[in-house]
Design a protein around this ligand. Sequence first.
Ligand code: IPE
Ligand code: IPE
Ligand code: MG
Length: 253
Amino acid sequence: MSSIKHVAIIMDGNGRWANKRFRPRIWGHVRGSGVVSDIVKAADEIGLKALTMYAFSTENWSRPIEEVSTLFKLLKKFLIKEKQRIISNNIKFKVIGEIQNLPYETVSLIKEMESLTQEATGLQLTFAFNYGGRAEILRAVNSFQMSQPNRLMTESDLNNLMYRPETGDVDLMIRTGGEQRISNFLLWQMAYAELYFTPTKWPDFSQSEFKKIIEHVSCRERRFGNVCSQDALEQSIEKAENNKTAFVKGVNL
Ligand code: IPE
Ligand code: IPE
Ligand code: MG
């Protein structure tokens, strides 16, 4: 079985794709939004546990207002167009990010979709919208400090305070568009993720490239700090912890 269960995608390159065709950047976003449905379908078909897609970062507010407004409209359109398909495919949907201050209609569509799919047991589909990795960590730390000020925080405390803890660590992060950076995406969850950067711009990304990348990365050896690749991350952490305790106690290793 593939070790890739949670895939995260930075859907980048829409603007450059459009510019190359002498069209406005907005056109790239419109074309790119069609690809989102294809990739969700493929993720569902191959039986991924979780798919997290970066749709709008906290830094994207710095873009021209017409572009920001197009990205908001496209989210709304996606929610309306894909509602039935998401429900009938048993997909559990959630948006991560600061959504309270988004337009009322968008927030209610998001809430509706989240509540209609809350019992679903299939693909955990997440849209990161108005999302920032640092903001997510800060929010978790502040919330812990408020509720338990007299205790030191553990990794599992922080894990549980992430927006969507059940999706767990990211196994594979794909970024389209050719840039090789993380751009404030899932900083905590990507600690041991495999990274894959493709030059393909998001509007040209396809189900077949997506499946090929997963196949290719499944063959990579993931060691998690260990010397061999037999263990999953949790087992490797446990082994490290046991060895460390034994070592500190002076046990002959
Ligand atoms: C990604 O494409 C979409 C969002 C950031 C919302 P870009 O709009 O960043 O496209 P490029 O990187 O400028 O080509
Ligand atoms: C990352 O792409 C954000 C999303 C895909 C939503 P950007 O295009 O905003 O990232 P930078 O500016 O190249 O880092
Ligand atoms: Mg970009």
